[in-house]
Design a protein around this ligand. Sequence first.
Ligand code: NAP
Length: 362
Amino acid sequence: MASSMAFADCSTSAPTRTFLFSRLRPCRGLPSIPPHLLRGLPVAGFRLPSLRITNSPSSFPKAAISTEASAMVIDGKSIAKEIRHEITTEISRMKDEIGVIPGLAVILVGDRKDSTTYVRNKKKACESVGIKSYEVCLPEDSTEEEVLKFISGFNDDPEVHGILVQLPLPSHMNEQNILNAVSIEKDVDGFHPLNIGRLAMRGREPLFVPCTPKGCIELLHRCNIDIKGKQAVVIGRSNIVGMPAALLLLREDATVSIVHSRTKNPEEITSQADIIIAAVGQPNMVRGSWIKPGAVIIDVGINPVEDATSPRGYRLVGDVCYEEACKIASAVTPVPGGVGPMTIAMLLSNTLSSAKRMHNFQ
Ligand code: NAP
Protein backbone atom coordinates (compact mmCIF):
# COMPACT_ATOMS: atom_id res chain seq x y z
CA MET A 1 0.00 0.00 0.00
CA ALA A 2 2.85 2.36 0.85
CA SER A 3 4.12 2.50 -2.72
CA SER A 4 0.84 3.98 -4.01
CA MET A 5 0.37 6.19 -1.01
CA ALA A 6 0.11 9.91 -1.44
CA PHE A 7 1.45 12.68 0.73
CA ALA A 8 -1.49 14.98 0.89
CA ASP A 9 -2.37 17.34 3.62
CA CYS A 10 -4.98 19.90 2.78
CA SER A 11 -4.19 21.96 5.86
CA THR A 12 -0.85 23.06 4.44
CA SER A 13 -1.58 25.04 1.29
CA ALA A 14 -3.82 28.07 1.14
CA PRO A 15 -7.11 27.88 -0.73
CA THR A 16 -7.45 30.12 -3.76
CA ARG A 17 -10.83 31.47 -2.70
CA THR A 18 -11.96 32.18 0.79
CA PHE A 19 -15.11 33.72 2.17
CA LEU A 20 -15.82 36.31 4.78
CA PHE A 21 -18.29 35.09 7.31
CA SER A 22 -18.25 34.59 11.00
CA ARG A 23 -20.87 31.93 11.70
CA LEU A 24 -23.35 29.97 9.72
CA ARG A 25 -26.84 30.56 10.93
CA PRO A 26 -29.83 28.27 10.92
CA CYS A 27 -32.38 28.85 8.25
CA ARG A 28 -35.76 27.59 7.17
CA GLY A 29 -36.22 26.05 3.78
CA LEU A 30 -32.91 24.29 3.65
CA PRO A 31 -32.75 20.55 4.21
CA SER A 32 -33.27 19.53 7.75
CA ILE A 33 -31.44 16.31 8.36
CA PRO A 34 -32.80 13.94 10.98
CA PRO A 35 -30.60 14.49 14.06
CA HIS A 36 -29.68 10.83 14.48
CA LEU A 37 -28.11 10.79 11.03
CA LEU A 38 -25.72 13.59 11.83
CA ARG A 39 -22.58 13.60 13.86
CA GLY A 40 -21.32 16.13 16.34
CA LEU A 41 -22.39 19.29 14.55
CA PRO A 42 -25.47 21.50 14.36
CA VAL A 43 -28.67 19.73 13.48
CA ALA A 44 -30.86 22.15 11.52
CA GLY A 45 -30.29 23.30 7.93
CA PHE A 46 -27.89 26.21 7.58
CA ARG A 47 -27.53 28.97 5.08
CA LEU A 48 -24.65 31.38 4.79
CA PRO A 49 -25.17 35.02 5.49
CA SER A 50 -24.44 37.13 2.42
CA LEU A 51 -20.80 37.05 1.42
CA ARG A 52 -18.47 39.99 1.21
CA ILE A 53 -16.20 39.32 -1.69
CA THR A 54 -12.99 41.32 -2.00
CA ASN A 55 -11.03 41.94 -5.16
CA SER A 56 -8.57 39.28 -6.12
CA PRO A 57 -5.90 38.98 -8.82
CA SER A 58 -7.14 35.48 -9.62
CA SER A 59 -10.34 34.76 -11.49
CA PHE A 60 -11.89 33.75 -8.17
CA PRO A 61 -13.11 36.21 -5.58
CA LYS A 62 -11.06 36.34 -2.41
CA ALA A 63 -12.10 36.84 1.17
CA ALA A 64 -11.25 35.47 4.59
CA ILE A 65 -12.21 31.93 5.51
CA SER A 66 -14.06 31.00 8.67
CA THR A 67 -11.98 29.02 11.09
CA GLU A 68 -15.01 27.22 12.52
CA ALA A 69 -16.44 24.00 11.20
CA SER A 70 -20.15 24.48 10.57
CA ALA A 71 -21.22 21.84 8.06
CA MET A 72 -23.43 19.01 9.13
CA VAL A 73 -21.66 15.70 9.01
CA ILE A 74 -23.69 13.08 7.19
CA ASP A 75 -23.20 9.92 9.19
CA GLY A 76 -23.14 7.18 6.57
CA LYS A 77 -22.36 4.58 9.18
CA SER A 78 -25.59 5.26 11.10
CA ILE A 79 -27.67 5.51 7.94
CA ALA A 80 -26.23 2.22 6.65
CA LYS A 81 -26.97 0.61 10.01
CA GLU A 82 -30.56 1.79 9.80
CA ILE A 83 -30.87 0.35 6.27
CA ARG A 84 -29.37 -2.96 7.36
CA HIS A 85 -31.88 -3.13 10.16
CA GLU A 86 -34.72 -2.59 7.65
CA ILE A 87 -33.27 -5.31 5.41
CA THR A 88 -33.00 -7.76 8.32
CA THR A 89 -36.67 -7.19 9.15
CA GLU A 90 -37.73 -7.71 5.54
CA ILE A 91 -35.67 -10.88 5.16
CA SER A 92 -37.17 -12.34 8.28
CA ARG A 93 -40.70 -11.48 7.06
CA MET A 94 -39.94 -13.12 3.70
CA LYS A 95 -38.60 -16.24 5.37
CA ASP A 96 -41.65 -16.47 7.63
CA GLU A 97 -44.20 -15.84 4.88
CA ILE A 98 -42.80 -17.77 1.89
CA GLY A 99 -39.81 -19.67 3.29
CA VAL A 100 -37.30 -17.98 0.97
CA ILE A 101 -33.84 -16.82 2.08
CA PRO A 102 -32.06 -14.42 -0.29
CA GLY A 103 -28.71 -15.73 -1.56
CA LEU A 104 -25.65 -13.84 -2.82
CA ALA A 105 -22.79 -15.52 -4.70
CA VAL A 106 -19.39 -13.85 -4.77
CA ILE A 107 -16.61 -14.88 -7.14
CA LEU A 108 -13.07 -13.86 -6.26
CA VAL A 109 -10.17 -14.54 -8.60
CA GLY A 110 -6.64 -14.20 -7.22
CA ASP A 111 -5.48 -13.14 -3.79
CA ARG A 112 -5.31 -9.34 -3.87
CA LYS A 113 -5.35 -8.22 -0.26
CA ASP A 114 -7.89 -5.43 -0.77
CA SER A 115 -10.26 -7.70 -2.76
CA THR A 116 -9.99 -10.46 -0.15
CA THR A 117 -10.89 -7.95 2.56
CA TYR A 118 -13.88 -6.63 0.56
CA VAL A 119 -15.16 -10.15 -0.03
CA ARG A 120 -14.77 -11.05 3.64
CA ASN A 121 -16.65 -7.89 4.65
CA LYS A 122 -19.45 -8.62 2.19
CA LYS A 123 -19.79 -12.14 3.57
CA LYS A 124 -19.96 -10.82 7.14
CA ALA A 125 -22.53 -8.22 6.11
CA CYS A 126 -24.68 -10.91 4.45
CA GLU A 127 -24.60 -13.03 7.59
CA SER A 128 -25.55 -10.04 9.74
CA VAL A 129 -28.83 -9.46 7.86
CA GLY A 130 -29.71 -13.11 7.13
CA ILE A 131 -28.62 -13.37 3.47
CA LYS A 132 -27.06 -16.70 2.58
CA SER A 133 -23.66 -16.20 0.96
CA TYR A 134 -21.92 -18.47 -1.52
CA GLU A 135 -18.27 -17.88 -2.16
CA VAL A 136 -15.93 -19.10 -4.87
CA CYS A 137 -12.23 -18.28 -4.59
CA LEU A 138 -10.23 -19.14 -7.69
CA PRO A 139 -6.47 -18.93 -8.15
CA GLU A 140 -4.95 -16.00 -10.05
CA ASP A 141 -4.04 -18.20 -13.03
CA SER A 142 -7.58 -19.54 -13.56
CA THR A 143 -8.95 -19.30 -17.06
CA GLU A 144 -11.82 -17.10 -18.18
CA GLU A 145 -13.75 -20.28 -19.02
CA GLU A 146 -13.51 -21.46 -15.43
CA VAL A 147 -14.96 -18.20 -14.15
CA LEU A 148 -17.70 -18.32 -16.80
CA LYS A 149 -18.56 -21.85 -15.72
CA PHE A 150 -19.17 -20.73 -12.14
CA ILE A 151 -21.23 -17.76 -13.32
CA SER A 152 -23.35 -20.06 -15.44
CA GLY A 153 -23.90 -22.39 -12.45
CA PHE A 154 -25.01 -19.49 -10.25
CA ASN A 155 -27.22 -18.10 -13.05
CA ASP A 156 -29.10 -21.42 -13.00
CA ASP A 157 -29.21 -21.85 -9.22
CA PRO A 158 -32.64 -20.80 -7.86
CA GLU A 159 -31.19 -20.27 -4.38
CA VAL A 160 -28.85 -17.58 -5.69
CA HIS A 161 -30.53 -14.19 -6.23
CA GLY A 162 -27.42 -12.08 -6.75
CA ILE A 163 -24.02 -12.69 -8.36
CA LEU A 164 -21.05 -10.48 -7.80
CA VAL A 165 -17.68 -10.81 -9.50
CA GLN A 166 -15.07 -9.03 -7.41
CA LEU A 167 -13.13 -6.51 -9.52
CA PRO A 168 -10.47 -6.02 -10.66
CA LEU A 169 -10.01 -9.33 -12.42
CA PRO A 170 -6.53 -10.57 -13.36
CA SER A 171 -5.26 -8.84 -16.50
CA HIS A 172 -5.45 -11.97 -18.67
CA MET A 173 -9.24 -12.00 -18.31
CA ASN A 174 -11.73 -10.03 -20.35
CA GLU A 175 -13.79 -8.16 -17.76
CA GLN A 176 -16.47 -7.31 -20.30
CA ASN A 177 -17.05 -10.98 -21.27
CA ILE A 178 -17.30 -11.96 -17.64
CA LEU A 179 -19.64 -9.18 -16.49
CA ASN A 180 -21.85 -9.71 -19.53
CA ALA A 181 -22.25 -13.38 -18.56
CA VAL A 182 -23.99 -12.53 -15.28
CA SER A 183 -27.74 -12.88 -15.72
CA ILE A 184 -29.32 -9.42 -15.80
CA GLU A 185 -31.85 -10.67 -13.19
CA LYS A 186 -28.99 -11.44 -10.77
CA ASP A 187 -26.71 -8.49 -11.60
CA VAL A 188 -26.77 -6.99 -8.07
CA ASP A 189 -23.68 -4.90 -8.86
CA GLY A 190 -25.67 -3.23 -11.64
CA PHE A 191 -22.72 -3.36 -14.05
CA HIS A 192 -24.42 -5.31 -16.85
CA PRO A 193 -24.65 -3.09 -19.95
CA LEU A 194 -28.41 -3.69 -20.10
CA ASN A 195 -28.83 -2.35 -16.58
CA ILE A 196 -26.55 0.63 -17.26
CA GLY A 197 -28.30 1.23 -20.60
CA ARG A 198 -31.71 1.27 -18.95
CA LEU A 199 -30.36 3.61 -16.27
CA ALA A 200 -29.34 6.02 -19.03
CA MET A 201 -32.69 5.93 -20.86
CA ARG A 202 -35.81 7.86 -20.03
CA GLY A 203 -38.79 5.68 -19.30
CA ARG A 204 -36.70 2.54 -18.76
CA GLU A 205 -36.02 0.99 -15.39
CA PRO A 206 -32.81 -0.85 -14.60
CA LEU A 207 -33.28 -4.00 -12.52
CA PHE A 208 -30.30 -2.93 -10.41
CA VAL A 209 -28.36 0.27 -9.87
CA PRO A 210 -24.61 0.14 -9.04
CA CYS A 211 -24.17 0.11 -5.28
CA THR A 212 -21.83 3.03 -4.58
CA PRO A 213 -23.71 5.66 -6.61
CA LYS A 214 -27.01 4.29 -5.32
CA GLY A 215 -25.62 4.75 -1.80
CA CYS A 216 -24.72 8.38 -2.58
CA ILE A 217 -28.28 9.16 -3.69
CA GLU A 218 -29.74 7.26 -0.75
CA LEU A 219 -27.68 9.45 1.60
CA LEU A 220 -29.17 12.56 -0.02
CA HIS A 221 -32.70 11.13 0.19
CA ARG A 222 -32.43 10.03 3.79
CA CYS A 223 -31.05 13.42 4.76
CA ASN A 224 -33.99 15.15 3.00
CA ILE A 225 -31.66 16.99 0.64
CA ASP A 226 -33.51 18.22 -2.45
CA ILE A 227 -31.98 17.16 -5.75
CA LYS A 228 -34.61 18.33 -8.23
CA GLY A 229 -33.53 21.44 -10.12
CA LYS A 230 -30.20 21.66 -8.30
CA GLN A 231 -26.83 22.13 -9.97
CA ALA A 232 -24.87 18.94 -9.41
CA VAL A 233 -21.27 18.24 -10.29
CA VAL A 234 -19.87 14.73 -10.37
CA ILE A 235 -16.09 14.57 -10.36
CA GLY A 236 -15.00 11.33 -12.04
CA ARG A 237 -16.69 9.35 -14.82
CA SER A 238 -15.79 5.73 -14.06
CA ASN A 239 -18.23 3.01 -15.04
CA ILE A 240 -18.68 1.98 -11.43
CA VAL A 241 -19.13 5.33 -9.68
CA GLY A 242 -18.93 8.64 -11.55
CA MET A 243 -20.94 7.84 -14.67
CA PRO A 244 -23.84 6.04 -12.93
CA ALA A 245 -23.86 8.71 -10.20
CA ALA A 246 -24.34 11.37 -12.90
CA LEU A 247 -27.12 9.32 -14.53
CA LEU A 248 -28.88 8.91 -11.20
CA LEU A 249 -28.70 12.64 -10.46
CA LEU A 250 -30.13 13.29 -13.91
CA ARG A 251 -33.01 10.90 -13.19
CA GLU A 252 -33.63 12.94 -10.05
CA ASP A 253 -33.94 16.07 -12.22
CA ALA A 254 -30.67 17.71 -11.21
CA THR A 255 -28.74 19.70 -13.81
CA VAL A 256 -25.57 17.67 -14.04
CA SER A 257 -22.00 18.46 -15.04
CA ILE A 258 -19.23 15.89 -15.08
CA VAL A 259 -15.64 16.83 -14.36
CA HIS A 260 -12.89 14.43 -15.49
CA SER A 261 -9.15 14.39 -16.06
CA ARG A 262 -9.40 16.40 -19.28
CA THR A 263 -11.72 19.07 -17.89
CA LYS A 264 -10.01 22.43 -18.32
CA ASN A 265 -11.55 24.37 -15.45
CA PRO A 266 -12.59 21.85 -12.79
CA GLU A 267 -12.50 24.33 -9.92
CA GLU A 268 -14.71 26.85 -11.69
CA ILE A 269 -17.27 24.20 -12.68
CA THR A 270 -17.31 22.55 -9.28
CA SER A 271 -17.74 25.85 -7.48
CA GLN A 272 -21.15 26.30 -9.20
CA ALA A 273 -22.54 23.12 -7.65
CA ASP A 274 -25.25 22.81 -5.03
CA ILE A 275 -24.37 19.11 -4.80
CA ILE A 276 -20.91 17.66 -5.37
CA ILE A 277 -20.22 13.96 -5.72
CA ALA A 278 -16.46 13.44 -5.78
CA ALA A 279 -15.21 10.08 -7.09
CA VAL A 280 -11.72 10.70 -8.33
CA GLY A 281 -9.19 8.79 -6.24
CA GLN A 282 -7.06 11.90 -5.63
CA PRO A 283 -6.56 12.73 -1.96
CA ASN A 284 -7.94 16.13 -0.93
CA MET A 285 -8.27 17.33 -4.52
CA VAL A 286 -11.40 19.36 -3.89
CA ARG A 287 -10.33 22.33 -1.80
CA GLY A 288 -12.45 24.86 0.04
CA SER A 289 -12.13 27.23 -2.92
CA TRP A 290 -13.93 24.67 -5.14
CA ILE A 291 -17.00 24.66 -2.93
CA LYS A 292 -20.00 26.96 -3.19
CA PRO A 293 -21.08 28.10 0.26
CA GLY A 294 -23.87 25.85 1.49
CA ALA A 295 -23.19 23.05 -1.01
CA VAL A 296 -23.76 19.43 -0.05
CA ILE A 297 -20.76 17.18 -0.53
CA ILE A 298 -20.72 13.44 -0.99
CA ASP A 299 -17.13 12.24 -0.94
CA VAL A 300 -16.68 8.79 -2.47
CA GLY A 301 -12.88 8.79 -2.52
CA ILE A 302 -10.93 6.42 -0.32
CA ASN A 303 -7.25 7.29 -0.44
CA PRO A 304 -4.48 6.11 1.87
CA VAL A 305 -2.07 8.91 2.82
CA GLU A 306 1.06 8.55 4.91
CA ASP A 307 0.58 9.36 8.56
CA ALA A 308 3.45 8.67 10.92
CA THR A 309 1.16 9.28 13.91
CA SER A 310 -1.13 6.41 12.94
CA PRO A 311 -0.19 2.91 14.15
CA ARG A 312 -0.67 1.66 10.58
CA GLY A 313 1.57 4.39 9.15
CA TYR A 314 -1.26 5.72 7.03
CA ARG A 315 -4.79 7.00 7.26
CA LEU A 316 -7.66 7.20 4.79
CA VAL A 317 -8.79 10.50 3.33
CA GLY A 318 -11.37 11.39 0.72
CA ASP A 319 -11.15 13.31 -2.53
CA VAL A 320 -12.38 16.40 -0.71
CA CYS A 321 -10.35 18.36 1.82
CA TYR A 322 -12.63 17.60 4.73
CA GLU A 323 -11.44 20.33 7.10
CA GLU A 324 -11.99 23.04 4.49
CA ALA A 325 -15.29 21.57 3.32
CA CYS A 326 -16.62 21.59 6.87
CA LYS A 327 -16.21 25.37 6.96
CA ILE A 328 -18.01 26.08 3.69
CA ALA A 329 -20.45 23.28 2.84
CA SER A 330 -23.83 22.82 4.51
CA ALA A 331 -23.39 19.05 4.76
CA VAL A 332 -20.52 16.68 4.08
CA THR A 333 -19.77 12.97 4.29
CA PRO A 334 -16.67 11.96 6.25
CA VAL A 335 -14.06 9.47 5.05
CA PRO A 336 -14.18 6.89 6.44
CA GLY A 337 -17.75 6.54 7.69
CA GLY A 338 -19.62 8.24 4.84
CA VAL A 339 -20.22 6.53 1.50
CA GLY A 340 -18.20 3.37 2.29
CA PRO A 341 -20.74 1.73 4.64
CA MET A 342 -23.54 2.62 2.21
CA THR A 343 -22.00 0.60 -0.63
CA ILE A 344 -22.36 -2.70 1.20
CA ALA A 345 -25.81 -1.73 2.51
CA MET A 346 -26.91 -1.14 -1.11
CA LEU A 347 -25.52 -4.53 -2.17
CA LEU A 348 -27.62 -6.18 0.53
CA SER A 349 -30.61 -4.11 -0.54
CA ASN A 350 -30.15 -5.12 -4.21
CA THR A 351 -29.93 -8.78 -3.20
CA LEU A 352 -33.13 -8.54 -1.18
CA SER A 353 -34.92 -6.76 -4.05
CA SER A 354 -33.78 -9.46 -6.43
CA ALA A 355 -35.14 -12.25 -4.23
CA LYS A 356 -38.43 -10.36 -3.79
CA ARG A 357 -38.75 -9.85 -7.54
CA MET A 358 -37.97 -13.49 -8.37
CA HIS A 359 -40.55 -14.76 -5.86
CA ASN A 360 -43.05 -11.99 -6.54
CA PHE A 361 -42.96 -11.07 -2.86
CA GLN A 362 -44.22 -7.60 -2.00
P1 NAP B 1 -11.32 5.42 -11.37
O1 NAP B 1 -11.92 4.31 -12.13
O2 NAP B 1 -9.84 5.54 -11.27
O3 NAP B 1 -11.91 6.78 -11.97
C1 NAP B 1 -11.42 8.01 -11.55
C2 NAP B 1 -12.11 9.10 -12.31
O4 NAP B 1 -11.59 10.34 -11.84
C3 NAP B 1 -11.86 9.04 -13.82
O5 NAP B 1 -13.06 9.30 -14.49
C4 NAP B 1 -10.83 10.13 -14.06
O6 NAP B 1 -10.99 10.83 -15.28
C5 NAP B 1 -11.15 11.11 -12.95
N1 NAP B 1 -9.94 11.84 -12.57
C6 NAP B 1 -8.73 11.36 -12.23
N2 NAP B 1 -7.89 12.35 -11.93
C7 NAP B 1 -8.59 13.50 -12.10
C8 NAP B 1 -8.27 14.87 -11.95
N3 NAP B 1 -7.07 15.27 -11.56
N4 NAP B 1 -9.23 15.77 -12.20
C9 NAP B 1 -10.47 15.39 -12.59
N5 NAP B 1 -10.83 14.10 -12.74
C10 NAP B 1 -9.89 13.17 -12.51
O7 NAP B 1 -11.86 5.45 -9.87
P2 NAP B 1 -13.25 4.92 -9.24
O8 NAP B 1 -13.26 3.46 -9.26
O9 NAP B 1 -14.37 5.68 -9.83
O10 NAP B 1 -13.04 5.38 -7.73
C11 NAP B 1 -12.87 6.74 -7.39
C12 NAP B 1 -12.58 6.84 -5.89
O11 NAP B 1 -13.68 6.30 -5.19
C13 NAP B 1 -11.37 6.03 -5.42
O12 NAP B 1 -10.76 6.71 -4.35
C14 NAP B 1 -11.97 4.74 -4.91
O13 NAP B 1 -11.18 4.12 -3.92
C15 NAP B 1 -13.26 5.25 -4.33
N6 NAP B 1 -14.34 4.26 -4.25
C16 NAP B 1 -15.03 4.20 -3.10
C17 NAP B 1 -16.09 3.34 -2.98
C18 NAP B 1 -16.86 3.31 -1.71
O14 NAP B 1 -17.57 2.37 -1.46
N7 NAP B 1 -16.77 4.35 -0.90
C19 NAP B 1 -16.45 2.51 -4.06
C20 NAP B 1 -15.75 2.62 -5.24
C21 NAP B 1 -14.69 3.52 -5.34
P3 NAP B 1 -10.78 10.13 -16.72
O15 NAP B 1 -12.02 9.33 -16.97
O16 NAP B 1 -10.65 11.27 -17.64
O17 NAP B 1 -9.56 9.28 -16.59
